[in-house]
Write a protein that binds this ligand. Structure first.
Ligand code: ADP
Ligand code: MG
Length: 355
């Protein structure tokens, strides 16, 4: 349905999108995941014909966006990072305006009624857009993207700035749209792609660093290895036990204290679920376990998990070129470290962190 081939975008000397290729099948929901500044919006703006590319090609439903931009654009509904809303219009005025701009052929009343129902804005149609909450504004933006019933819908960071309840509502909405549309969604939030997408393409510094089915990513997440454990007991001895316990590769005390309990951060060996075993050990020692919390994995962890897994698959196939593969893995790990750093930087400005 969507085919991106060796796409490049340079801003002056700076290469924001560096030779990326991927395709999206009809009916797929693909997440385009990457830290801020990775090149997501640039890619999406090219994909939707808002921005010209420096090199490469894009086709939507077999139509080349450079050769036939008007036809290609008819296949796409786009919710840009900043939805193009006219704040002094009412919702109805705006949707009618968009209907005319798109030269839509459906029965106007019926089509707009249906869309307003789907995105749940029927009760605010007479209100001025500027008086709506951020969540409602976002829905109006989505409604605009749905006019003309395009087969492909592209969302650029659709939940940014929304509160948790609104985020869940918009995600559900996107998932429902995915039943009969091809959807690409960009985000810097891992859970978002996990919750919504069939496949995840990770972009970093303009390059694609992973392209995997969500279930593979989720499998990497199931192998969560880091926990905060709150234990009541003598701090030094508890820490020494944790450090020497088989199956635990790392332990440290966090500066939190709660009565005679301390919180420790531990990391277990890959492939080992340490929780039950740790519980019994603590019970034996008479050090009550007050709490245990799985720590979210960073994008780096996930990424390394994916790279490790694909390396495993290669060695299972008895790949003779394993040596150079390891070189590649090292490079990919370096990229992952960069991702983590970028993500941390991004997190400073944003509370919707990758958890
Ligand atoms: P993302 O959407 O992943 O956060 P963007 O596609 O917006 O990333 O930006 C990718 C990179 O390109 C960033 O480093 C950004 O600063 C740069 N960039 C984006 N737009 C422009 C522009 N118009 N001129 C110059 N640099 C830009
Ligand atoms: Mg962006």
């Amino acid at each position: 349905m969507i085919k991106i081939d060796h796409l490049v975008k340079n801003y002056g000397n700076f290469c924001a999108v560096d030779d990326i290729s991927f395709s999206v099948e009809a009916g797929e929901i693909v997440g385009f995941l990457g830290p801020n500044g990775a090149g997501k919006s640039t890619t999406m703006n090219m994909l939707t014909g808002y921005l010209s590319s420096s090199a490469g090609s894009i086709s939507i439903a077999g139509i080349d966006i450079l050769e036939n931009p008007l036809e290609a654009k008819k296949k796409i509904g786009y919710l840009p990072e900043q939805p193009p809303l006219y704040l002094d219009m009412t919702v109805d005025e705006y949707l009618n305006f968009a209907y005319e701009l798109k030269d839509c052929k459906y029965n106007r009343q019926k089509h707009l009624d249906e869309i307003c129902n789907v995105v749940k804005i029927s009760d605010v149609r007479k209100r001025l857009i500027k008086n709506l909450s951020k969540g409602y504004k976002q829905r109006v933006g989505i409604a605009q993207a749905l006019i003309g019933n395009p087969p492909v819908i592209i969302f650029d960071e659709p939940t940014i700035g929304l509160d948790p309840k609104q985020i869940i509502e918009i995600r559900n909405l996107i998932r429902n749209l995915g039943r009969d549309h091809t959807v690409i969604l960009s985000t810097h939030i891992l859970q978002e792609v996990q919750a919504v997408c069939d496949r995840i393409v990770i972009i970093n510094k303009g390059k694609i660093v992973a392209d995997e089915k969500t279930e593979n990513i989720s499998r990497a997440i199931e192998n969560n290895r880091r926990f905060n454990v709150k234990i009541s007991g003598p701090q030094r001895e508890v820490l020494a036990m944790l450090k020497s316990k088989p199956g635990i590769v790392y332990a440290e005390v966090l500066a939190e204290r709660d009565g005679d309990a301390y919180t420790y951060m531990i990391e277990s060996e890959a492939g080992i679920d340490i929780r039950k075993n740790l519980f019994y050990t603590l019970a034996e020692k008479n050090w009550p376990l007050i709490g245990m919390e799985a720590l979210g994995m960073s994008l780096e962890d996930i990424f390394i998990g994916i790279v490790d897994k694909s390396d495993e698959r290669r060695s299972l196939r008895g790949d003779k070129t394993n040596k150079s593969r390891h070189g590649k893995a090292a490079l990919e790990n370096q990229i992952a470290t960069d991702i983590m750093k970028n993500t941390r930087d991004a997190q400073k400005n944003d509370t919707d962190i990758i958890k």
